[in-house]
Design a protein. Sequence first.
Length: 419
Amino acid sequence: MRHSLDMTGSPRAAAYGLGPDDVQALRALASVQHYPTGTVLVHQDAVEHVFYVVSEGSALVYQTLPNGEERPLYVKHPGEFFGEMALIDDSVRTASVRALAPLTVLEITEELFDEVLQRSPTLAGSVLRNAVRSLRDSDRRTIEELRAKTELLDHAYHELQAAQTQLVEREVLRHELEVAAALQRDMLPVEFPRHCDLAFAAHNTPARQVGGDLYDVLRVDADHLGLLLADVSDKGVHAALYMAIAHTLFHTWSKHAPSPAEVARHVHEGLLDASSKDEMFVTAFYGVLNCKTRELRYVRAGQDRPLLVPGDGSPVRDLPGDGRFLGMMEDFAIKEYRYTLVPGDALAVYSDGVPDATNERGERYGTARLRMLLERLRGRSAARLVEAIVADVLAHQGAAPQFDDMTLLVVTALTPECC
């Protein structure tokens, strides 16, 4: 993939940087430092708390990929700045910065950062524009890379499909699908974040070698977890590729948007940008769980309503919520709901492959049977609930073929004596 750099300085500095007068004014608060060519000022994945404004020279912003390759992102010129995101959200550096020429910078520590922003409205506005631009650029690069990979995989799939008439080519197809299935399994977590008063368990069985369902428990920050279960409208390889895009978008935006509704909106927009097939869409349940208060803020984007098993012994009931699926029609609005888990509660989130499982007589498993099972298993562990649901669905299905991907995510709020 080719990468382009802005080497001109002036148009971008006007939009995202500071003028000479602003730079001069900042010298009163900042520390002026000089670095020779090749010096690395910012280190990717490191925890650093310094903000830089370029006074003279130029610097390259770049990322180091897992294979060791450097991917250039921008060149920073006089009046432009870098390092602000780590001070805004106290996160690790997402890129490195190296001096391209003898470099003079104004260094502003974390302690002075807020004061500098208050004194310089120009800088505050530039920091805000630069932060928004960085998020958009990161999202665009992710989608472009995923689109390129999707096109390559889609092309490979069609070539293999056309070769099924010959035994050798069918064997190649079988092998490639096994690899894709293994890669897809690697995307789904087998271990979940540990909390003494919360427990998680999950299960996924695709109807084909690869499927379009996904689940995850995302680490949003130290006090919050993201609960995700989603289902792509299609099946097979196309669904698996679309699922990979949706998974990446949820991971990306869960770190930047605390609101589940906002995350869903960004995922919706990302899927619209990534897909050329109008008939593809994603249903999803996404919630952010406060690990201290157990408050769950969530959205239901066309996904089956989760079932709540209350810890107080009251009947199993639907978790309320309505919303439209993601990634198909332009206009999008979704409502956010809240529920606070209490000790003994269990929440079962599932794809439509559970109630739609059909036996040899064409009878659906249905949500009524799932409710009765959860009533009987009230108080059991998350792992036991998942195990029992899967066993009951398979017992109902019997020898009939599996029609749809089957995915479950269960969370239980433990009682104090269990902690």
